[in-house]
Design a protein around this ligand. Structure first.
Ligand SMILES: Cc1cc2nc3c(=O)[nH]c(=O)nc-3n(C[C@H](O)[C@H](O)[C@H](O)COP(=O)(O)OP(=O)(O)OC[C@H]3O[C@@H](n4cnc5c(N)ncnc54)[C@H](O)[C@@H]3O)c2cc1C
Length: 338
């Protein structure tokens, strides 16, 4: 089987690596394969099936959970990619923040903690925090390391090329996994949703858990890596530009420092902007578009979490024409395009 994959982001590379593992001949096309172009390069790497699913349809919730279960083995197969299962602490600063966060915690069936209970778990948190909850199954990974490991596994099977039309490619099957670039190639309704993210750097050990919090109405997450980096994210804006803004950075920093005052001593090491590939119903588009053209795109806020299950489902489809019925809710046909 000769398969061409359009897009060398986390989704295209995960599919390509799975196809290669199962014996297919794959080539990945991407103009920026080392790239800072994809959303993966900006993404924090939260693997949060519950925390991200509160407003989503049940089928997406099941897909997120199923992919979360695949992550330990997926990460183990890639080597050292920063997969960390310390879990996530949800926290709320004001009474209004408690009301907002409590909806999420209730949905996830998490036991509420008092401010002092949550600070026992994470002493760097502000004494002003009123309430929290611990989510042991909400984990994290470093997407930059994941993409590095996937590229190494593909060992030269990536070609630096922008694909303008699927018909350019000679292959038995073409998989379009081009993130936001998928719309131009397929006509599918995928739009860029801008996100600004900060990377702070300091002494390791200030935080052990991912912090997912609300501070005076500002929602923020803090993802601490073992080397002392803390990723602070993210804005969510219906914009296509790549400009970091004073307002975006201010909101993120203010919320981060309100929750963890000790971060004030960290270096502001990076400000970056990426675009989530969003769809009208926030769910990915997975399945056959037309003869020999398969789509795996539109993963919006959850593309890192959804990489293992997407790779498995799409590799099944490419190699056998069939896959688990869990995919049925995500076909391109729901937008009248297949
Ligand atoms: C601020 C932010 C924070 C995020 N945080 C998280 C998180 O914590 N957890 C999580 O699960 N997800 C998160 N995400 C979402 C996640 O990053 C995306 O869903 C995921 O990266 C989508 O993967 P992808 O491979 O489809 O697209 P991308 O990662 O965007 O990669 C697409 C690739 O396709 C290439 N391409 C585009 N057009 C063409 C073309 N015509 N020809 C060839 N190549 C092309 C691009 O160069 C790019 O390399 C976040 C996203 C953002 C922006």
């Amino acid at each position: 089987m000769r398969a061409a994959i359009v897009g060398g982001g986390i989704i295209g590379l995960s599919i390509a690596a799975e196809l290669l593992r199962r014996g297919a001949d794959v080539t990945v096309y991407d103009p920026a394969p080392d790239g800072t172009d994809g959303a993966w390069h900006v993404a924090a790497g939260m693997l949060a099936p519950g925390g991200e699913s509160v407003f989503e349809v049940p089928q997406l919730e099941r897909l997120l959970e199923a992919s979360g279960e695949l992550w330990p083995a997926f990460a183990a197969g890639l080597g050292e990619v920063g997969y960390d299962s310390a879990g996530t602490l949800g926290v709320a600063l004001t009474a209004d923040d408690v009301t907002e966060m409590a909806r999420e915690w209730k949905h996830q069936k998490l036991a509420p903690l008092t401010g002092s209970q949550v600070r026992d778990l994470a002493p760097a948190l502000s004494p002003r925090i009123r309430a929290g909850a611990y989510a042991p199954t909400e984990r994290q990974v470093d997407p930059r390391r994941v993409v590095g490991a996937l590229r190494a596994a593909l060992d030269g099977r990536t070609e630096k090329r922008f694909v303008s039309a699927v018909s350019e490619l000679e292959a038995e099957v073409v998989v379009v996994a081009a993130g936001c670039g998928t719309a131009a190639l397929t006509g599918l309704p995928i739009r860029p949703v801008k996100g600004q993210v900060l990377r702070l750097r300091g002494e390791p050990g200030l935080l052990r858990h991912v912090i997912d919090g609300a501070a005076d109405g500002r929602h923020v997450y803090l993802v601490p890596r073992a080397d002392g980096e803390v990723v602070v994210g993210a804005t969510q804006e219906e914009r296509t530009d790549r400009t970091p803004t004073a307002g975006g950075v201010h909101d993120l920093l203010r919320a981060a420092l309100d929750l963890v005052p000790g971060l004030a001593e960290h270096e502001l090491a990076e400000v970056s902007v990426g675009h989530r590939p969003g769809t009208p119903d926030n769910a990915p588009i997975l399945g056959t578009l037309r003869d020999n053209v398969i789509v795996a795109a539109g993963h919006h806020r959850n593309g890192i979490l959804l990489a293992p299950i997407t790779a498995r489902l799409i590799a099944d489809l490419v190699l056998t024409g069939e896959t688990d019925p869990i995919i049925d809710a995500f076909t391109p046909g729901r937008f009248g395009c297949a």
